[in-house]
Write a protein that binds this ligand. Structure first.
Ligand code: FAD
Ligand code: N01
Length: 541
């Protein structure tokens, strides 16, 4: 707990947490249990983060529910009943609301409150943080600032001319109306075929009079094969949940996925195809674990890519449409593989049109619809499934100024730099949950979030136990870590896709591969060693 006599008299809080999603809720609970004075702010009008905002049809997770859930409370994990293998957004949001109530978090959460700026007061080693609630603004003084602001929370509209001129209705998947949208009888255009688009398109198509999908990059998509959970299997897993969670924490991805430790190139072609087929039938992202070199070796990756291209040709009847839906030019997995229900089959519907905007580019949005090089598409609604300014977007949307008034935006102008993805030199007592350089989006994020929350809170406890007030990443340690993150990425095929992992979806964003792909378990051990060694790489005072 913070030592009261060391607090500057003007301090309002020990810790301010930005964001009330999976990360912010757990951070609030854990730090409050340790005795800190903590508040959490979210610009949303409810808790849940991702699951508050993304209410589009078909929104669900693609990590299995029994793993995509908190492990910090054995009671919570026993009492909560998931209904599906991949629960839909409303169920995950109910879960997070249950967590907020069960742990009495709400009194310390301020909703509808945006954190606009944070300035380090060097003389007192505290943060002055500007909060905005509608037209009201106030400044709070806090010792620690924890950015639990999300890797996929800064939604992006595309830079298409004429965006404001459309006279129909527009929606972004990550800011979906709470009352839902009835597309019955409407001509709907969907821009974007990433995870959100591939989940939403089949359901929109079932309802709308006509659906036009504007695809820029064809992506690899795997069938989810979602299903209700088998009560016996749930009971069996719950009986050994503790052991299972401990196992998952040290796996490469923070999931119970079966990773086959064999090269795709050493097995006979028929055996290889059988393995791919079994995983395709099983459904979900486990396909990528079929062989140990799919994300390392181009020739190995090609075998998986070719299998998936064959599936598209099998499912989609019109060869020209199948061809346009076929991903080419990047390895499977280097852009996040999407997990869908009936995505490819949707293109067999007579009321669905695919527009390949690489071949026929969007020129502008007009009053009645979308104009491409070859046609005017008349629409009643446009759905933007165009993604996020990922990983750094929400952090840099806050004007954060550290030592000598340096803006974090300036420090990260050529790409984000953070030690372990947890802290950044020049910004003492500022923590990033699932920040750049940590496994974050390459993992089951709930596992990575819990690990970061626990590591940060343990570090705070250690500082106080040792009578220290502040902690800051050492610049050399940070440089070494950033280099290591890039070196590890370069041993894989990940940087080869023009994905949001490298910032390729945001014009002008520096092209840096942001997540750490060395594995969740490996990363956890590094963090554990650093804690056990009294935090080398951090300057504490
Ligand atoms: P978030 O849930 O994004 O919460 C961050 C919160 O911070 C938001 O509510 C936001 O409003 C708030 N915030 C940001 N900036 C400010 C500010 N300046 N002031 C005030 N509030 C602010 N991950 C998986 O591992 N498995 C999945 O299956 C999976 N499915 C996903 C499906 C969708 C549709 C999306 C978009 C993401 C998915 N993810 C998945 C990633 C998901 O984001 C994480 O799993 C997890 O929910 C992130 O939790 P978080 O608390 O870190 O961030
Ligand atoms: O966003 P995306 P998302 N003109 O960036 C296209 C998680 N998630 O919201 O590929 C035309 O992936 C863009 O094209 P291109 C998950 O981590 C998980 O779908 O850049 N098209 C792309 O097709 C995921 O990866 C689930 O060429 C334009 C699409 O828009 C992450 O969130 C569900 C364009 C954006 O895809 C983001 O997913 C949902 C333009 N100007 C989200 N601009 C699960 O299932 C962009 N695009 C778990």
């Amino acid at each position: 707990m913070a030592n009261p006599q060391e607090r500057p008299s003007s301090l309002d809080l020990d810790v301010l947490i930005v964001g009330a999603g999976f990360a912010g809720l757990y951070a609030l609970h854990r730090l409050r249990e340790m005795g800190y004075t903590v508040r959490c702010c979210d610009r949303a009008e409810g808790v849940g983060g991702t699951w508050f905002w993304n209410r589009y049809p078909g929104a669900r997770c693609d990590v299995e529910s029994m793993d995509y859930s908190y492990s910090f409370s054995p009671e919570l994990e026993q009492e909560w009943q998931w209904t599906e293998r991949y629960p839909a957004q409303p169920e995950i949001l109910r879960y997070l609301n249950h967590v907020a109530d069960r742990f009495a978090l709400r009194p310390d959460i301020r909703l509808g409150t945006r954190v606009a700026a944070a300035v380090l007061d060097e003389s007192q080693q505290i943060w002055r943080v500007r909060l905005e609630q509608g037209t009201r603004a106030e400044t709070v003084r806090t010792r620690f600032l924890v950015m639990a602001s999300g890797c996929l929370s800064a939604a992006r509209l595309p830079d298409i001319p004429g965006l404001g001129s459309f006279t129909g209705t527009t929606y972004h998947t990550a800011d979906w109306p709470h009352e839902g949208v009835d597309f019955t009888g409407r001509r709907v255009g969907v821009i974007g075929t990433g995870s959100s688009g591939t989940q939403a398109i089949p359901l929109i198509a079932r309802q709308a009079a006509h659906t036009t999908v504007f695809q820029r990059t064809a992506n690899f998509s795997l069938p989810a094969r979602n299903r209700p959970l088998d009560p016996d299997a749930v009971r069996e897993l719950k009986a050994r949940y503790r052991e299972h969670r401990q196992f998952v924490r040290y796996t490469p991805n923070g999931t119970a996925r079966r990773n086959n430790d064999v090269s795709a190139l050493t097995v006979p072609p028929r055996e290889r195809t059988a393995e791919y087929e079994a995983r395709w039938q099983e459904g979900g992202g486990g396909f990528i674990g079929a062989f140990n070199d799919l994300l390392k070796d181009e020739a190995a990756n090609d075998t998986a890519a070719e299998f998936l291209r064959g599936k598209i040709r099998e499912i989609v009847h019109d060869p020209a449409v199948a061809d346009a839906l076929t991903p080419r030019g990047f390895p499977v997995g280097s852009k996040r593989v999407t997990v869908d229900t009936d995505y490819y089959a949707t293109f067999n519907r007579p009321d669905v049109t695919l527009v390949d905007v690489r071949a026929d580019p969007v020129q502008r949005i007009t009053a009645p619809g979308i104009r491409t090089g070859s046609a005017d598409h008349h629409l009643d609604s446009i759905v933007f499934a165009t993604g996020f300014d990922a990983i750094t977007g929400a952090v840099l949307a806050v004007d954060i100024r550290g030592r000598d008034g340096l803006a974090l935006r300036e420090k990260w102008a050529a790409g984000p730099r953070a030690y372990l993805g947890l802290a950044t030199a020049g910004f003492p007592n500022l923590f990033l949950i699932t920040g750049p350089g940590s496994p974050s989006v390459i993992s089951n994020m709930v596992v990575s979030i819990e690990q970061h929350v626990e590591w940060i809170s343990d570090h705070l406890g250690w500082l106080d136990k040792n009578g220290l007030w502040s902690t800051e990443a050492d610049r050399r340690a940070e440089d070494d870590w950033v280099r290591h993150v890039a070196e590890v990425a370069d041993t894989t095929l990940f940087p080869r896709g023009a994905s949001w992992y490298v910032g390729a979806n945001v014009p002008g964003k520096p092209r840096v591969f942001m997540p750490y792909v060395g594995g969740v378990g490996t990363y956890r051990r590094v963090c554990e060693d650093i804690a056990a060694g009294d935090y080398p790489g951090f300057v504490t005072r």
